[in-house]
Design a protein around this ligand. Sequence first.
Ligand SMILES: NC(=O)c1ccc[n+]([C@@H]2O[C@H](COP(=O)([O-])OP(=O)(O)OC[C@H]3O[C@@H](n4cnc5c(N)ncnc54)[C@H](OP(=O)(O)O)[C@@H]3O)[C@@H](O)[C@H]2O)c1
Length: 331
Amino acid sequence: MKYRKLENTDLWLSEVTFGAWAAGGWMWGGTERQEAIDAIRASYALGVTSIDTAPIYGQGVSEDIVGEAIKGLPRDKFQLLTKYGMRWDLKRGDFAFSSKMNNGDDIDIYKYAGKESIIKECEDSLKRLGTDYIDLYQIHWPDTTTPIAESMEAVERLIEQGKVRYAGVCNYNAAQMAEAEKYVTLASNQVPYSMVKRGIEDELVPYCLRNQKSILAYSPLERGLLTGKIKPGYQFASGDHRKDVSFFKDENIKRTDDFLNMIKPIAAERQIKLSQLVILWTLQQPGITIALVGARNSEQAIENARALDIELTEDELAIISGYLNQLELVS
Ligand SMILES: NC(=O)c1ccc[n+]([C@@H]2O[C@H](COP(=O)([O-])OP(=O)(O)OC[C@H]3O[C@@H](n4cnc5c(N)ncnc54)[C@H](OP(=O)(O)O)[C@@H]3O)[C@@H](O)[C@H]2O)c1
């Protein structure tokens, strides 16, 4: 495993950081608790020392699973990244969407990052994770009902108290990052980025490069699509959000698969899996610091953690770019 330091911190994260959204089951058609725990431990054994989670992932389930997976391990040997600002137990802030919990109960989710709420959320996360500090504490989504100043001052307070080491954001644009920076030193922004989702390259990547901010790329496998295992007609489990996402329309699966078939020879030549090629590509893009990769079980986790043994050459990157330029997806 290789490690990279987050900007403005002394926090080193594993280049492949374990993403624990699917581990919480919510929006992924449920979770196999023991498989998720085994996946985290298998990753750790291969040097994946950083784990990203959030209270909303399974409404506490993901954080709880992470807490159990790391129990007994030396705390200073891994880095815990979690979030605040998505409430399912308080109707306040920006209404986000309605959803179902893993047990089938209906919930309404709000983006809310008021000061008292953040302080409470932090205490709850610390308990579930079984730790007394969070390495990187990130707002999950912008909350337009609360001034950014209020949210960031709350995090600054938590840093002073030693409950949080560093502040990050997720899904912020450049202007929101600049505003947040007036109140706290930001280490990073966690944003969607994959071969087929490159919107951040226009504005956010240049901003982060100019202002020394790290980018944590989330869903680099485009939620499994870029592993090549998903074919037209693929049946998702009930409750799996992917069935409603445009990337998983049959026509887009087909077009993506054609593209994947074109880059397969590079993976074959290097004797790596397609998913590993995709992770390597992600980590070699300008401005990208970390790939946040989800895994449902040990097998996936091991494959993802082993992606980093080689580096892609400039020629290989150029060939992939060429094919990507020809790929057009339908909306
Ligand atoms: N801040 C935010 O708003 C935000 C949003 C999204 C994600 N994230 C973070 O980013 C992390 C990663 O993103 P993600 O989980 O959405 O997507 P991802 O990493 O692109 O894809 C993960 C999914 O792909 C499948 N998969 C993974 N490795 C595989 C392998 N080697 N072979 C075959 N299938 C494999 C698994 O699902 P199946 O087996 O079910 O196909 C897995 O759950 C999340 O866990 C979360 O921590 C943050």
